[in-house]
Design a protein around this ligand. Structure first.
Ligand code: FAD
Length: 353
């Protein structure tokens, strides 16, 4: 049995950001990460993915992300390099690959069971992200389709689909970016639940973060809700999306009613044949390791106040989405809730700050 004050589950950006603050506060902790190498989900994105904010606006606490030469909006590989450097620079105690299987209550402690041993700890920060839980909606006929079906997490490059008939499903950033990626070399059909809503071209991730922060402040001060970032639109018009849209290559079709053996069929009887369907339909939080604590609330989330689980004060949740802090599932947004979580843990464990 291993012992430490805090176990952080997940060594992506959220786990590293809270590690930075736990280190500053002098707590004993370890970060357990299931990946064999640093970088969290950024290691697994498609080849052409670029951030929707410049480097300086995609930074974790303590260290600015350096710009990527020749790119205003850095590539995913640049983020992996930054996160690798970050954990080395701050000597964060990441142990990998370690997969956490379950967290149990154990008297005054929590017991963290993994595929490489057990930890008995005073508190846990869960920062496992969403990438390992891709979501595909239950559309009729999904098993009838004879072509290839894949989710965002499996998509890599348009060269895998050159000359083929591809249907991309999803009107968010992943759907728009992957549709733009495929628009030139494939016979593309882009399907969205509602008409695509682009943010104004001059708005990128910086403005989204400012909006989320202003909303948090308004709510904290009891003022009128300014609306989530979704009130601005769904799609950041990053340069490749803008180029494909302006070339008339991103005409969206409404959602189809069912899949058939050869493709898809709309409710009015119209059909489209396809070789492949790419489901860009989102993710769910990866929380199965917390199931023994019995904390699951509506929509698959665990109810929290700030980052602290309402039903278990020794558990904090970080990243995932706005429900654990405004923009906490982004590089720049996770710093503040990470700091608050670390401070709350120091208080909880009676550590002087
Ligand atoms: P992850 O990066 O997923 O890290 C979680 C880590 O926990 C992983 O290493 C995982 O293996 C590990 N793990 C999971 N379960 C366990 C377990 N049971 N035991 C041990 N380890 C476990 N954000 C921006 O700021 N700018 C952008 O431009 C941007 N673009 C995005 C584009 C796409 C397509 C997507 C999907 C997201 C984008 N984001 C962007 C959002 C966000 O920054 C990422 O989703 C980010 O990876 C979330 O970080 P995380 O640390 O919470 O989770």
């Amino acid at each position: 049995m291993n012992h430490t004050e805090v176990v952080v589950i997940g060594g992506g950006q959220a786990g590293l950001a809270v590690g930075y603050h736990l280190r500053r506060l002098g707590l004993d902790f370890v970060i357990l990460d299931a990946q064999p190498t640093p970088g969290g989900a950024w290691q697994h994105t498609w080849d052409s993915l670029h951030l929707f904010s410049p480097a300086a606006h995609s930074s974790l606490p303590g260290r600015l992300m350096p710009p990527q030469p020749g790119e205003t909006y850095p590539e995913a590989a640049h983020v992996v390099t930054y996160l690798t450097d970050y954990e080395q620079r701050y000597e964060l105690p990441v142990v990998r690959p370690v997969h956490v299987e379950a967290v149990h209550r154990d008297g005054e402690f929590l017991r963290v069971e993994t595929d490489s041993g057990t930890w008995q700890v005073g508190a846990v920060v869960s920062a496992t992200g969403t990438w390992s839980r891709p979501f595909i909606p239950a559309v009729p006929g999904r098993t009838e389709f004879k072509g290839t079906q894949l989710h965002t997490v499996e998509y890599r490059s348009p060269t895998d689909f050159t000359g083929r008939r591809v249907i991309v499903v999803g009107g968010g950033n992943s759907g728009a970016q992957i549709a733009a990626d495929l628009a030139y070399d494939t016979d593309l059909t882009w399907v969205t639940l509602r008409e695509p809503r682009y943010l104004p071209d001059d708005i990128d991730g910086r403005a989204l973060f400012d909006h989320a922060t202003a909303r948090r402040r308004a709510l904290d001060e009891g003022r009128t809700d300014t609306g989530g970032v979704a009130s601005l639109g769904d799609i950041v018009a990053v340069p490749p999306v803008r180029a494909a849209r302006d070339a008339g290559l991103l005409k969206a079709q409404p959602m189809f009613a069912r899949l058939t053996a050869a493709g898809v069929e709309w409710s009015d009887g119209m059909t489209a044949e396809a070789d492949a369907i790419v489901w860009c339909t989102g993710f769910r939080p990866a929380l199965s390791h917390l199931a023994p604590l019995g904390l699951r609330g509506p929509r698959g989330h665990i109810p929290t106040t700030g980052t602290q689980a309402l039903g278990e004060p020794r558990l904090h949740l970080l990243g995932y989405g706005d429900w654990t802090g405004p923009a906490s599932a982004t590089l720049i947004g996770v710093g503040r809730p990470a700091r608050e979580a670390a401070r709350a843990l120091a208080d909880f464990l009676n550590r002087p700050r």
